[in-house]
Design a protein around this ligand. Structure first.
Ligand SMILES: *Cc1c(COP(=O)(O)O)cnc(C)c1O
Length: 366
């Protein structure tokens, strides 16, 4: 079976460096918030060209902490997408905000034109939380224009787009996740806030550690959301150094799919090449009533597929108990949730596997 992710193959590549990192941290006797986390923070800040990075427990906490650092008020609206990991919205709710769902565009990302129309109507809105979904890059110029024109506080959810050029440079904060399936995944949970704002960085460092500013001094009610020394060391030594090669591999596979898949029943998404997507996923669209059939066909060819995401966030039953708003019709979002299928695109796919995925797509009779 060709799986969506192949951690076994990844382990073969990274094992010696992971084990060395584990031994070093084990021997050091320092397991929480020490030199390894600082070293990792310095490394990712440099790699992503920002002045500050704060390692936290996971991507959802990174988003919550980011919103809190930008002084989100209780009950304040946050424009966001209904098509994402549930964590994107859950972070808004946990930070005390009210999610306002705006439809997505033709690439599955928050529609910035529709956001603009809403912002023009409701000048009280100060927060925007877009997601660089699938590893595609939102139109950053448009995002910057919106931010400046409406004086917005923007948190970019970069959990699926780490390594993409200029992603995370518009928002005051870029929040990302090191969940194992992500393009830069840890061997466990992890996340980070990236920012050029020293004050945000300082506040985030306190918030991740019970709101502690110095030992036993608590000025705000924080979280317990610390990145482990072990994961920090593993990421600095074994995973981060591979990110560029893995991103390159994902892009090469995407080009092969885009050139090779040719089936009138399959709609390929072609984000503009100059935006340099990092292809966290390879999403395609098929007719909603044929999706199960397509996935079954691929399964019978030994290929695992995914769906991102089968149910829109405002339609989750957990949302029944919270306040949220929906802006206009969510037509494109509905289309993605009913029609999207993700093909395997992890960097360890072999040439033969890539070809067999292309062949299986082309052989499908809808
Ligand atoms: C994975 C993901 C998150 C949450 O990250 P965790 O580390 O699992 O908390 C948030 N947003 C998006 C878009 C994601 O893909």
């Amino acid at each position: 079976m060709i799986a969506l992710n192949d951690f076994g193959r990844q382990w073969q590549v990274v094992a010696p460096r992971v084990l060395e990192a584990v031994a070093r941290v084990g021997k050091s006797g320092r397991y929480i918030l020490g030199a390894e986390v600082e070293r990792f923070e310095a490394a990712i800040a440099k790699r992503f060209d920002v002045t500050h990075a704060v390692g936290v427990g996971n991507g959802m906490d990174a988003l919550e902490i980011a919103l809190r650092c930008l002084d989100l008020r209780l009950g304040e609206k946050v424009l966001t997408t209904p098509l994402s990991a549930f964590a994107t919205t859950l972070a808004i709710i946990r930070a005390g905000g009210v999610p306002v769902f705006v439809d997505v565009d033709d690439f599955g990302a928050l529609d910035l034109e529709k956001c603009r129309r809403l912002l023009e109507r409701d000048r009280s809105i100060r927060f925007l939380l877009p997601v660089h979904l699938y590893g595609f890059v939102l139109d950053l110029e448009k995002l910057l224009q919106l931010k400046n024109e409406f004086d917005l506080r923007v948190v970019e959810d970069c959990a699926q787009a780490i390594g993409a050029r200029a992603v995370g440079t518009v928002g005051q904060v870029n929040a990302t996740s090191f969940y194992p399936t992500k393009n830069l995944g840890a061997l466990g949970d992890g996340g980070a806030l990236l920012t050029n704002d020293a004050d945000i960085s300082r506040r985030a460092s306190a918030l991740r550690n019970y709101g502690q500013t110095s030992q036993y001094v608590h000025e705000t009610l924080g979280l317990n959301s610390r990145l482990d020394e072990m994961h920090a060391a593993i990421m600095t030594d074994a995973l981060l150094p591979e990110l560029d090669a893995w991103t390159k591999a994902r892009r090469e596979i995407a080009s092969k799919y885009l050139a090779g898949i040719s089936n009138s029943a399959i709609c390929l998404l072609r984000p503009p090449t100059e935006t340099k997507p990092v292809w966290h996923l390879f999403p395609i669209l098929v007719a909603a009533h044929k999706r199960d059939h397509f996935r079954e066909h691929l399964r019978s060819c030994g290929i695992q597929t995914g769906v991102h995401y089968p149910r829109l966030i405002p339609e989750q039953s957990a949302m029944k108990s919270v306040k949220f708003e929906i802006e206009g019709a969510l037509t494109n979002s509905q289309k993605f949730s009913a029609s999207e299928v993700s093909l395997p695109i992890h960097p360890f796919l072999s040439k033969t596997e890539i070809e067999s995925i292309i062949d299986a797509c082309n052989a499908w009779q809808a």
